[in-house]
Design a protein around this ligand. Structure first.
Ligand SMILES: [Zn+2]
Length: 78
């Protein structure tokens, strides 16, 4: 049975609303270095970096990347 127009528009709304601000992994990794530096320096995060933080919470793969970056940055500072 084909979906009605109503059902389709409900589905589209659901998809759009589930990930209003979500970053893709590519976007996240593009900003993760800046995020790591901000965390180390303790500067407040701008909106795009807050999104990175959200993404890292939900994405073990990017979080791994972030942790090794953080370690690298720390060893430079030390
Ligand atoms: Zn990711």
């Amino acid at each position: 049975m084909p979906l009605s127009k109503q059902q389709i528009s409900t589905l589209i709304t659901l998809v759009v609303n589930t990930t209003p601000d979500a970053l893709s992994c590519d976007d996240c990794l593009g900003d993760v270095a800046q995020f790591a530096e901000s965390e180390l320096v303790g500067t407040s995060l701008c909106e795009s970096l807050l999104k990175v933080r959200e993404h890292l919470k939900n994405c073990p793969c990017c979080n791994d990347e972030y942790q090794s970056l953080l370690e690298a940055l720390r060893s430079i500072d030390a």
